[in-house]
Design a protein around this ligand. Sequence first.
Ligand code: PSV
Ligand code: MN
Length: 400
Amino acid sequence: MYDEGMPKPSLTDEDLARLSRLQIELPTWGFADTGTRFGKFLQDAAAVTLEDKLDDAAEVHRLTGACPSVALHVLWDVPDGEAAAVRSEATKRGLRIGSVNPNVFQDQRYRFGSVANASPAIRARAVNHLLESVRLASELGSNTLALWFADGTNYPGQGNVRRRKRAFEAALREVHEAMPPSMTMLVEYKPFEPAFYFTDIADWGMAYVHARKAGPRAKVLVDTGHHYPGQNIEQIVAFLADESMLGGFHFNDRHYADDDLTTGSIDPARIFRIFVEILSAERDAGSDLPIEYMIDQSHNIKPKIEAMLQTVMTIQELFAKALLVDQEVLDDRRLMNDVVGAEECLKSAFATDVRGELAGWRRSRGLPESPLEAHRLGGYEARVAVDRVRRKAASSASYA
Ligand code: PSV
Ligand code: MN
Protein backbone atom coordinates (compact mmCIF):
# COMPACT_ATOMS: atom_id res chain seq x y z
CA MET A 1 0.00 0.00 0.00
CA TYR A 2 1.42 3.39 -0.96
CA ASP A 3 0.53 6.95 0.02
CA GLU A 4 -2.94 8.11 -0.76
CA GLY A 5 -3.43 8.80 -4.44
CA MET A 6 0.21 8.18 -5.20
CA PRO A 7 1.35 5.81 -7.92
CA LYS A 8 3.82 3.08 -7.16
CA PRO A 9 7.22 4.74 -6.70
CA SER A 10 8.60 2.79 -9.64
CA LEU A 11 7.83 -0.15 -11.86
CA THR A 12 8.17 -3.47 -10.07
CA ASP A 13 9.93 -6.48 -11.58
CA GLU A 14 6.48 -7.90 -12.24
CA ASP A 15 5.49 -4.70 -14.07
CA LEU A 16 8.61 -4.84 -16.20
CA ALA A 17 7.93 -8.48 -16.99
CA ARG A 18 4.41 -7.50 -18.11
CA LEU A 19 5.79 -4.68 -20.20
CA SER A 20 8.22 -7.12 -21.81
CA ARG A 21 5.27 -9.30 -22.82
CA LEU A 22 3.56 -6.41 -24.61
CA GLN A 23 4.01 -7.19 -28.29
CA ILE A 24 2.97 -4.62 -30.83
CA GLU A 25 2.16 -5.60 -34.40
CA LEU A 26 3.35 -3.41 -37.27
CA PRO A 27 1.25 -2.86 -40.42
CA THR A 28 3.01 -3.30 -43.77
CA TRP A 29 0.97 -0.38 -45.12
CA GLY A 30 2.56 1.95 -42.58
CA PHE A 31 5.89 1.76 -44.45
CA ALA A 32 4.68 2.53 -47.97
CA ASP A 33 3.81 5.86 -49.57
CA THR A 34 0.27 6.78 -48.65
CA GLY A 35 -1.72 9.93 -48.88
CA THR A 36 -5.13 11.46 -48.69
CA ARG A 37 -7.66 11.80 -51.47
CA PHE A 38 -5.85 15.04 -52.35
CA GLY A 39 -2.65 13.26 -53.23
CA LYS A 40 0.52 11.71 -51.89
CA PHE A 41 3.78 13.22 -50.71
CA LEU A 42 6.36 10.68 -51.80
CA GLN A 43 9.32 9.74 -49.61
CA ASP A 44 12.58 8.46 -50.99
CA ALA A 45 12.84 5.81 -48.30
CA ALA A 46 9.23 4.63 -48.50
CA ALA A 47 8.94 0.89 -49.04
CA VAL A 48 7.95 -0.32 -52.48
CA THR A 49 7.92 -4.09 -52.29
CA LEU A 50 6.82 -6.44 -49.57
CA GLU A 51 10.49 -7.22 -48.96
CA ASP A 52 11.10 -3.51 -48.28
CA LYS A 53 8.19 -3.40 -45.85
CA LEU A 54 9.50 -6.47 -44.04
CA ASP A 55 12.99 -4.94 -43.93
CA ASP A 56 11.53 -1.82 -42.32
CA ALA A 57 9.46 -3.83 -39.86
CA ALA A 58 12.57 -5.85 -38.97
CA GLU A 59 14.46 -2.60 -38.31
CA VAL A 60 11.73 -1.51 -35.88
CA HIS A 61 11.76 -4.91 -34.18
CA ARG A 62 15.57 -4.97 -33.99
CA LEU A 63 15.57 -1.64 -32.16
CA THR A 64 12.56 -2.19 -29.89
CA GLY A 65 12.47 -5.97 -29.40
CA ALA A 66 8.71 -5.55 -29.15
CA CYS A 67 7.37 -6.03 -32.68
CA PRO A 68 7.88 -9.60 -33.84
CA SER A 69 4.79 -9.74 -36.07
CA VAL A 70 3.57 -7.92 -39.14
CA ALA A 71 0.01 -7.36 -40.32
CA LEU A 72 -0.55 -8.02 -44.01
CA HIS A 73 -3.19 -6.82 -46.42
CA VAL A 74 -3.91 -9.75 -48.73
CA LEU A 75 -4.25 -7.80 -51.98
CA TRP A 76 -1.46 -5.37 -51.28
CA ASP A 77 1.10 -7.82 -49.95
CA VAL A 78 0.50 -11.40 -51.03
CA PRO A 79 0.80 -12.06 -54.77
CA ASP A 80 -1.11 -15.12 -56.01
CA GLY A 81 0.54 -18.35 -54.99
CA GLU A 82 3.26 -16.57 -53.01
CA ALA A 83 2.09 -17.21 -49.44
CA ALA A 84 4.89 -19.66 -48.65
CA ALA A 85 7.49 -17.24 -50.03
CA VAL A 86 6.03 -14.36 -48.01
CA ARG A 87 6.15 -16.46 -44.88
CA SER A 88 9.76 -17.40 -45.45
CA GLU A 89 10.75 -13.78 -46.20
CA ALA A 90 9.28 -12.83 -42.82
CA THR A 91 11.00 -15.72 -41.04
CA LYS A 92 14.34 -14.81 -42.62
CA ARG A 93 14.08 -11.43 -40.94
CA GLY A 94 13.11 -12.83 -37.53
CA LEU A 95 9.46 -11.87 -38.01
CA ARG A 96 6.20 -13.74 -38.29
CA ILE A 97 2.97 -12.92 -40.07
CA GLY A 98 0.36 -11.63 -37.66
CA SER A 99 -3.09 -10.53 -38.71
CA VAL A 100 -4.20 -11.20 -42.25
CA ASN A 101 -6.49 -8.53 -43.67
CA PRO A 102 -8.70 -9.50 -46.61
CA ASN A 103 -9.68 -6.73 -49.00
CA VAL A 104 -13.28 -6.53 -50.17
CA PHE A 105 -13.33 -2.79 -50.68
CA GLN A 106 -11.03 -2.05 -53.59
CA ASP A 107 -12.55 -3.93 -56.49
CA GLN A 108 -14.90 -1.91 -58.74
CA ARG A 109 -17.52 -4.58 -58.21
CA TYR A 110 -17.85 -3.52 -54.55
CA ARG A 111 -19.19 -0.04 -55.31
CA PHE A 112 -22.49 -1.01 -53.66
CA GLY A 113 -21.01 -3.27 -51.05
CA SER A 114 -19.27 -6.60 -50.73
CA VAL A 115 -20.90 -9.18 -48.46
CA ALA A 116 -23.94 -6.89 -48.10
CA ASN A 117 -24.28 -6.26 -51.84
CA ALA A 118 -27.77 -6.81 -53.26
CA SER A 119 -26.25 -9.06 -55.93
CA PRO A 120 -25.84 -12.71 -54.85
CA ALA A 121 -22.95 -13.08 -57.30
CA ILE A 122 -21.01 -10.18 -55.78
CA ARG A 123 -21.76 -11.38 -52.26
CA ALA A 124 -20.44 -14.81 -53.21
CA ARG A 125 -17.33 -13.25 -54.71
CA ALA A 126 -16.66 -11.36 -51.48
CA VAL A 127 -17.22 -14.42 -49.30
CA ASN A 128 -14.91 -16.44 -51.54
CA HIS A 129 -12.17 -13.89 -51.03
CA LEU A 130 -12.68 -14.14 -47.27
CA LEU A 131 -12.53 -17.93 -47.43
CA GLU A 132 -9.42 -17.71 -49.59
CA SER A 133 -7.94 -15.38 -46.95
CA VAL A 134 -8.56 -18.01 -44.27
CA ARG A 135 -6.57 -20.50 -46.37
CA LEU A 136 -3.86 -17.93 -47.00
CA ALA A 137 -3.64 -17.09 -43.31
CA SER A 138 -3.00 -20.76 -42.53
CA GLU A 139 -0.29 -20.94 -45.20
CA LEU A 140 1.25 -17.76 -43.86
CA GLY A 141 1.35 -19.22 -40.36
CA SER A 142 -1.13 -16.65 -39.08
CA ASN A 143 -3.87 -17.25 -36.53
CA THR A 144 -5.67 -13.96 -36.93
CA LEU A 145 -8.16 -12.96 -39.59
CA ALA A 146 -8.83 -9.22 -39.24
CA LEU A 147 -12.00 -8.12 -40.99
CA TRP A 148 -12.88 -4.59 -41.90
CA PHE A 149 -15.65 -3.80 -44.37
CA ALA A 150 -16.23 -0.58 -46.24
CA ASP A 151 -19.81 -1.72 -46.85
CA GLY A 152 -22.44 0.89 -46.20
CA THR A 153 -24.58 3.42 -48.00
CA ASN A 154 -24.20 7.06 -48.93
CA TYR A 155 -27.83 8.15 -49.07
CA PRO A 156 -31.05 7.70 -47.13
CA GLY A 157 -33.19 5.10 -48.81
CA GLN A 158 -30.27 3.50 -50.61
CA GLY A 159 -30.11 0.25 -48.68
CA ASN A 160 -32.23 -2.07 -46.57
CA VAL A 161 -30.47 -2.04 -43.20
CA ARG A 162 -31.97 -5.30 -41.96
CA ARG A 163 -31.34 -7.21 -45.17
CA ARG A 164 -27.74 -6.02 -45.23
CA LYS A 165 -27.32 -7.01 -41.58
CA ARG A 166 -28.55 -10.52 -42.31
CA ALA A 167 -26.19 -10.81 -45.26
CA PHE A 168 -23.32 -9.96 -42.92
CA GLU A 169 -24.48 -12.54 -40.40
CA ALA A 170 -24.56 -15.28 -43.03
CA ALA A 171 -21.18 -14.33 -44.48
CA LEU A 172 -19.36 -14.13 -41.16
CA ARG A 173 -20.82 -17.42 -40.00
CA GLU A 174 -19.65 -19.15 -43.17
CA VAL A 175 -16.15 -17.72 -42.83
CA HIS A 176 -15.99 -18.62 -39.15
CA GLU A 177 -16.94 -22.20 -39.94
CA ALA A 178 -14.07 -22.42 -42.41
CA MET A 179 -11.48 -21.23 -39.87
CA PRO A 180 -9.17 -23.77 -38.24
CA PRO A 181 -9.66 -24.09 -34.46
CA SER A 182 -6.54 -22.04 -33.76
CA MET A 183 -7.74 -19.01 -35.73
CA THR A 184 -9.43 -15.92 -34.29
CA MET A 185 -11.69 -13.67 -36.34
CA LEU A 186 -11.52 -9.99 -35.46
CA VAL A 187 -14.47 -7.83 -36.48
CA GLU A 188 -13.60 -4.15 -36.84
CA TYR A 189 -16.16 -1.35 -36.78
CA LYS A 190 -16.11 2.14 -38.18
CA PRO A 191 -18.92 4.70 -38.18
CA PHE A 192 -18.31 6.21 -41.62
CA GLU A 193 -15.90 6.55 -44.54
CA PRO A 194 -15.98 5.63 -47.32
CA ALA A 195 -19.73 5.19 -46.76
CA PHE A 196 -21.19 8.47 -45.52
CA TYR A 197 -24.80 7.70 -44.57
CA PHE A 198 -24.11 4.54 -42.63
CA THR A 199 -21.51 1.83 -42.45
CA ASP A 200 -22.96 -1.68 -42.02
CA ILE A 201 -20.74 -2.38 -38.98
CA ALA A 202 -20.79 1.11 -37.54
CA ASP A 203 -19.96 0.65 -33.87
CA TRP A 204 -18.77 -1.75 -31.20
CA GLY A 205 -22.30 -2.98 -30.47
CA MET A 206 -22.85 -4.06 -34.06
CA ALA A 207 -19.39 -5.64 -34.20
CA TYR A 208 -20.17 -7.44 -30.93
CA VAL A 209 -23.45 -8.86 -32.23
CA HIS A 210 -21.85 -9.94 -35.50
CA ALA A 211 -18.92 -11.54 -33.70
CA ARG A 212 -21.23 -13.39 -31.30
CA LYS A 213 -23.34 -14.70 -34.12
CA ALA A 214 -20.33 -15.66 -36.24
CA GLY A 215 -19.02 -18.13 -33.67
CA PRO A 216 -16.97 -18.58 -30.51
CA ARG A 217 -13.65 -17.53 -32.01
CA ALA A 218 -14.86 -14.17 -33.28
CA LYS A 219 -14.06 -11.05 -31.25
CA VAL A 220 -14.24 -7.30 -31.64
CA LEU A 221 -11.38 -5.20 -32.96
CA VAL A 222 -11.22 -1.66 -31.56
CA ASP A 223 -9.55 0.83 -33.91
CA THR A 224 -8.98 3.87 -31.71
CA GLY A 225 -9.70 6.18 -34.68
CA HIS A 226 -13.11 4.70 -35.43
CA HIS A 227 -15.33 6.55 -32.97
CA TYR A 228 -17.36 9.70 -32.89
CA PRO A 229 -15.72 12.60 -31.08
CA GLY A 230 -16.33 12.41 -27.37
CA GLN A 231 -17.04 8.69 -27.29
CA ASN A 232 -15.64 6.99 -24.20
CA ILE A 233 -13.39 4.36 -25.76
CA GLU A 234 -12.00 3.06 -22.48
CA GLN A 235 -15.50 2.20 -21.31
CA ILE A 236 -16.07 0.24 -24.52
CA VAL A 237 -12.75 -1.54 -23.93
CA ALA A 238 -13.63 -2.43 -20.32
CA PHE A 239 -17.08 -3.63 -21.34
CA LEU A 240 -15.78 -5.83 -24.16
CA ALA A 241 -12.97 -7.17 -21.97
CA ASP A 242 -15.48 -8.18 -19.32
CA GLU A 243 -17.47 -10.05 -21.96
CA SER A 244 -14.26 -11.76 -23.22
CA MET A 245 -15.01 -10.13 -26.55
CA LEU A 246 -12.07 -7.76 -26.84
CA GLY A 247 -9.93 -9.32 -29.54
CA GLY A 248 -7.57 -6.58 -30.57
CA PHE A 249 -6.65 -2.98 -31.19
CA HIS A 250 -5.70 -0.87 -34.13
CA PHE A 251 -3.77 1.93 -32.49
CA ASN A 252 -3.60 5.39 -33.99
CA ASP A 253 -4.72 8.86 -32.97
CA ARG A 254 -7.13 11.37 -34.34
CA HIS A 255 -8.48 14.81 -33.81
CA TYR A 256 -11.42 14.77 -36.21
CA ALA A 257 -12.18 11.45 -37.84
CA ASP A 258 -10.07 8.46 -38.91
CA ASP A 259 -6.97 10.63 -39.17
CA ASP A 260 -4.41 7.82 -38.78
CA LEU A 261 -2.09 10.05 -36.75
CA THR A 262 0.63 8.72 -34.47
CA THR A 263 -0.73 7.02 -31.34
CA GLY A 264 -0.71 9.38 -28.39
CA SER A 265 0.10 12.46 -30.47
CA ILE A 266 -3.28 14.06 -29.81
CA ASP A 267 -4.68 12.39 -26.71
CA PRO A 268 -2.13 10.24 -24.88
CA ALA A 269 -4.30 10.15 -21.76
CA ARG A 270 -6.94 8.22 -23.69
CA ILE A 271 -4.53 5.40 -24.49
CA PHE A 272 -3.30 5.45 -20.88
CA ARG A 273 -6.88 5.06 -19.62
CA ILE A 274 -7.47 2.20 -22.06
CA PHE A 275 -4.41 0.42 -20.64
CA VAL A 276 -5.58 1.06 -17.07
CA GLU A 277 -8.82 -0.76 -17.93
CA ILE A 278 -6.98 -3.67 -19.52
CA LEU A 279 -4.61 -4.03 -16.57
CA SER A 280 -7.54 -3.89 -14.18
CA ALA A 281 -9.23 -6.73 -16.10
CA GLU A 282 -5.95 -8.67 -16.13
CA ARG A 283 -5.64 -8.27 -12.38
CA ASP A 284 -9.11 -9.74 -11.93
CA ALA A 285 -8.39 -12.54 -14.42
CA GLY A 286 -5.00 -13.32 -12.90
CA SER A 287 -3.43 -13.50 -16.36
CA ASP A 288 -2.76 -11.46 -19.51
CA LEU A 289 -5.80 -11.00 -21.70
CA PRO A 290 -5.46 -12.53 -25.18
CA ILE A 291 -5.51 -9.25 -27.09
CA GLU A 292 -3.72 -8.42 -30.35
CA TYR A 293 -2.11 -5.00 -30.07
CA MET A 294 -1.70 -3.71 -33.60
CA ILE A 295 -0.79 -0.37 -35.10
CA ASP A 296 -2.92 0.95 -37.95
CA GLN A 297 -1.31 4.18 -39.09
CA SER A 298 -0.31 5.75 -42.37
CA HIS A 299 2.29 8.44 -42.05
CA ASN A 300 1.88 10.96 -44.78
CA ILE A 301 4.41 13.55 -43.71
CA LYS A 302 6.57 11.88 -41.05
CA PRO A 303 9.42 9.54 -42.02
CA LYS A 304 7.70 6.20 -41.74
CA ILE A 305 10.14 4.16 -39.66
CA GLU A 306 10.70 7.06 -37.26
CA ALA A 307 6.95 7.42 -36.85
CA MET A 308 6.62 3.71 -36.17
CA LEU A 309 9.42 3.79 -33.56
CA GLN A 310 7.86 6.85 -31.96
CA THR A 311 4.55 4.99 -31.82
CA VAL A 312 5.99 1.85 -30.23
CA MET A 313 7.89 3.90 -27.64
CA THR A 314 4.78 5.95 -26.88
CA ILE A 315 2.65 2.86 -26.45
CA GLN A 316 5.27 1.41 -24.09
CA GLU A 317 5.41 4.64 -22.09
CA LEU A 318 1.65 4.81 -21.73
CA PHE A 319 1.47 1.14 -20.80
CA ALA A 320 4.20 1.69 -18.19
CA LYS A 321 2.30 4.65 -16.74
CA ALA A 322 -0.81 2.45 -16.53
CA LEU A 323 1.27 -0.18 -14.73
CA LEU A 324 2.19 2.48 -12.18
CA VAL A 325 -1.44 2.81 -11.13
CA ASP A 326 -1.80 0.90 -7.91
CA GLN A 327 -5.00 -0.96 -8.71
CA GLU A 328 -5.42 -1.98 -5.08
CA VAL A 329 -5.31 1.59 -3.83
CA LEU A 330 -7.58 2.64 -6.68
CA ASP A 331 -10.11 0.01 -5.69
CA ASP A 332 -10.00 1.12 -2.06
CA ARG A 333 -10.66 4.70 -3.11
CA ARG A 334 -13.57 3.57 -5.22
CA LEU A 335 -15.11 1.51 -2.47
CA MET A 336 -14.91 4.54 -0.17
CA ASN A 337 -16.47 6.71 -2.89
CA ASP A 338 -13.37 8.85 -2.68
CA VAL A 339 -13.78 10.32 -6.14
CA VAL A 340 -10.89 12.74 -5.84
CA GLY A 341 -8.57 10.10 -4.39
CA ALA A 342 -9.44 7.65 -7.16
CA GLU A 343 -8.89 10.23 -9.86
CA GLU A 344 -5.57 11.21 -8.27
CA CYS A 345 -4.40 7.59 -8.53
CA LEU A 346 -4.70 7.93 -12.28
CA LYS A 347 -3.45 11.49 -12.54
CA SER A 348 -0.30 10.95 -10.55
CA ALA A 349 0.61 7.79 -12.49
CA PHE A 350 0.01 9.57 -15.78
CA ALA A 351 2.13 12.51 -14.64
CA THR A 352 5.10 10.28 -13.76
CA ASP A 353 7.92 10.47 -16.28
CA VAL A 354 8.79 6.84 -17.01
CA ARG A 355 11.26 7.50 -19.83
CA GLY A 356 14.34 7.05 -17.64
CA GLU A 357 13.06 3.76 -16.27
CA LEU A 358 12.21 2.52 -19.73
CA ALA A 359 15.67 3.45 -20.99
CA GLY A 360 17.15 1.28 -18.23
CA TRP A 361 14.70 -1.52 -18.97
CA ARG A 362 15.72 -1.48 -22.64
CA ARG A 363 19.40 -1.43 -21.73
CA SER A 364 18.91 -4.46 -19.50
CA ARG A 365 17.41 -6.28 -22.48
CA GLY A 366 20.32 -5.44 -24.75
CA LEU A 367 18.36 -2.82 -26.66
CA PRO A 368 19.19 0.82 -27.36
CA GLU A 369 17.89 3.14 -24.65
CA SER A 370 16.21 5.21 -27.33
CA PRO A 371 15.29 3.14 -30.39
CA LEU A 372 14.39 6.35 -32.21
CA GLU A 373 17.75 7.96 -31.62
CA ALA A 374 19.58 4.74 -32.47
CA HIS A 375 17.69 4.59 -35.74
CA ARG A 376 18.51 8.21 -36.56
CA LEU A 377 22.19 7.62 -35.88
CA GLY A 378 22.25 4.27 -37.66
CA GLY A 379 21.76 5.60 -41.19
CA TYR A 380 19.29 2.87 -42.22
CA GLU A 381 16.92 5.30 -43.89
CA ALA A 382 19.56 6.97 -46.05
CA ARG A 383 20.92 3.58 -47.05
CA VAL A 384 17.64 2.09 -48.17
CA ALA A 385 16.58 5.33 -49.86
CA VAL A 386 19.42 5.07 -52.38
CA ASP A 387 18.31 1.66 -53.56
CA ARG A 388 14.59 2.42 -53.40
CA VAL A 389 14.83 5.69 -55.34
CA ARG A 390 16.72 3.88 -58.07
CA ARG A 391 14.07 1.19 -58.31
CA LYS A 392 11.22 3.70 -58.25
CA ALA A 393 12.84 5.78 -60.98
CA ALA A 394 13.31 2.69 -63.10
CA SER A 395 9.69 1.64 -62.78
CA SER A 396 8.00 5.03 -63.10
CA ALA A 397 8.83 7.96 -65.33
CA SER A 398 6.68 10.20 -63.11
CA TYR A 399 8.84 9.62 -60.03
CA ALA A 400 11.57 12.25 -60.05
C1 PSV B 1 -10.11 1.16 -42.28
O1 PSV B 1 -10.13 2.55 -42.09
C2 PSV B 1 -8.94 0.55 -41.56
O2 PSV B 1 -8.90 1.00 -40.23
C3 PSV B 1 -8.95 -0.96 -41.62
O3 PSV B 1 -8.39 -1.52 -40.46
C4 PSV B 1 -8.07 -1.25 -42.78
O4 PSV B 1 -7.53 -2.54 -42.78
C5 PSV B 1 -7.03 -0.20 -42.64
O5 PSV B 1 -7.73 0.95 -42.17
C6 PSV B 1 -6.30 0.10 -43.90
O6 PSV B 1 -5.46 1.21 -43.71
MN1 MN C 1 -8.15 -0.22 -38.61
